[in-house]
Design a protein around this ligand. Structure first.
Ligand code: SIN
Length: 533
């Protein structure tokens, strides 16, 4: 092994909820872990730039020991599963979903054991809110609407203990450029740091936990690092990837004219506590469109908002949160973001638009995080476990990251026990030169033709644009991200073009059958918003 190559048991690519949960769980089980973090070194009090950090609403989890809620009745995993299946528009893998939801309580209990603190009533019982698609109040939260920040902080502290114990090593400011393969098995990764230096980390297992791809679009709720890296790495080694057309747009991303990049999310929990969507004349957007009204599943609300903007020729709609008492206290993160554009949510309407938020598909895994490639695991947003179907139920993502991070760690533990011969040779990593479209060009085109509503002609134009990408030499982390975005855009556009019918958060305006279903009232929950145009 040369000086640029190190060896570990588990290589974790990504430092959000799934990656750090896996790292802590594997370290607890006695494994040596190397975490590769595209962001800067974590320090107490300094926010990490992960999607986990920015998650607001909370964690959807059923407490089997909880008393019956007087308003909602008894919650149960069956009820949570039923809500998940409805949101997923018939595309969910019910067996996988049940297996993940059932483990949620233990995973959250472990997180609390590692120091996470959630909001409670004066008797110490966890407070619960509601979001779109949930039939009961089941979402636990922290700091009002800073749940992700709390989860990221607690995991950061837990990982730090294992770093101090010599069990975990974190390589910051580094991006993985290739998965190293030997005899059809993933055996490590090649990475590049901000100074352009390359290194290799070999391991018995490699876990992709890189999050999503929101920066395929001009504006997104995702942090800057959500550039589809894990999907591109998986495609690079031929791992099975699926359901990439199901990109969820959150109905309420803060609007300000011309803004690009990461934008403030206005949590669905704000609607859960009574806020309503209205147009510039104060007319309800969701009235009469769905039995759950403003708390309909996210795909339905996003389409309704999109349709209302198109119908009225306006650049945004509004969220009216004025009736929520002490909105600033209950939603401090939202309030700070909204105030930053000069709006007081207690007295004024909040301008919102749908924003790229979450990839429901991804690298296909079984319910333990194994991909189609031996030695390669995936967990969190990058993975397609089957839990989310065609449209994720709100606040199921942190839950999935916690559950699947733990499961992936246990697969990694088994891999260490297997006889693992040392790797003599591995396949050459992917080329130093890759096709790249300028980021803004790609983002604008994706926003125009592969967002809330798609059609064959727009997707065809996008495919041609992506085909025209020039091959460039890849030097910096930014170059790697741009190449990843281009590769992933091609796969997303191909998946969206192949699925000619509308389903969940993939809506085709040229799907004539959807108009018929809509007129007949079939599948009305997912079609109404657009049929009204
Ligand atoms: C939200 O707080 O509205 C987002 C939660 C999620 O994406 O599940």
């Amino acid at each position: 092994m040369d000086e640029m190559t190190t060896r570990t048991d588990l290589v974790v690519v990504g430092a959000g909820v799934a990656g750090l949960t896996a790292a802590v769980s594997a370290a607890q089980a006695g494994l040596q872990v190397t975490v590769i973090n595209k962001g800067r070194r974590w320090r107490p009090g300094v926010p990490s730039d992960t999607a986990t950090q920015y998650a607001q609403g909370g964690i959807a989890v059923v407490d089997p020991t909880a008393a019956v809620d007087p308003a909602d009745g008894m919650d149960s995993v069956d009820r949570h599963l039923a809500d998940t299946l409805v949101a997923g528009a018939g595309h969910t893998d019910a067996m996988a979903a049940r297996a993940i939801l059932v483990d949620g309580y233990d995973a959250v209990t472990a997180l609390i054991g590692w120091g996470a603190r959630f909001d409670t009533d004066i008797d110490g019982r966890l407070l619960r809110t509601r979001e779109g698609g949930h039939s009961v109040r089941r979402i636990i939260h922290a700091g009002g609407d800073a749940t992700g920040a709390q989860v990221q902080r607690a995991l950061g502290v837990a990982v730090r203990r294992w770093i101090d114990a010599g069990r975990v090593r974190v390589l910051d400011d580094s991006i993985v450029t290739s998965i190293l393969m030997s005899d059809g098995r993933a055996v490590g990764v090649e990475l590049r740091d901000t100074d352009g230096r390359d290194a290799r980390v070999m391991g018995s297992s490699v876990l992709l936990a890189t999050g999503g791809l929101g920066h395929l679009y001009a504006a997104t709720t995702n942090p800057a690092g959500s550039t589809g890296d894990g999907i591109a790495l998986a495609l690079g080694v031929g791992a099975q990837v699926s359901d990439l057309e199901f990109i969820q747009f959150h109905p309420t991303m803060l609007y300000s004219p011309g803004a690009r990049g990461r934008r403030t999310l206005i949590s669905e929990a704000v609607r859960g506590e009574g806020a309503v969507l209205v147009d510039s004349k104060g007319r309800s957007i969701m009235n009469g469109l769905h039995p759950l009204g403003d708390l309909a599943p996210r795909d339905v609300v996003a389409r309704a908002v999109h349709a209302a903007m198109a119908e009225r020729g306006e650049p945004c709609v509004y969220l009216d949160a004025r009736a929520i008492p002490d909105v600033a206290e209950r939603f401090p993160t939202v309030t700070a973001g909204v105030r930053a554009i000069g709006v007081d949510p207690q007295r004024q309407l909040i301008p919102v638009v749908p924003g790229a938020h979450y990839l429901c598909g991804g690298v296909v895994t079984d319910i333990d995080g194994r991909t189609s490639i031996d030695g390669l695991l995936a967990a969190g947003e990058v993975a397609r476990t089957g839990l989310h179907g065609a449209n994720r139920l709100a606040s199921n993502s942190l839950l999935e990251g916690l559950v699947m991070g733990r499961r992936a760690a246990s697969v990694a533990e088994d891999a260490v026990r297997e006889t693992f011969s040392s790797v003599g040779r591995f396949d050459p990593p992917i080329s130093e030169s890759r096709p790249v479209l300028p980021r803004h060009v790609l983002q604008d085109a994706m926003s125009a033709s592969a967002a809330v509503v798609r059609d064959a002609s727009g997707l065809g134009g996008l495919a041609e644009l992506i085909d025209s990408a020039q091959v460039r030499r890849i030097r910096s982390i930014r170059d790697v991200e741009d190449a990843d975005l281009t590769a992933v855009a091609a796969a997303v556009v191909d998946a969206a073009a192949r699925r000619e019918g509308s389903l969940g958060c993939h809506f085709r305006s040229d799907d004539l059958a959807s108009e018929v279903r809509s007129a007949e009232g079939i599948g009305a929950t997912s079609q109404l918003a657009v049929s009204r145009r």
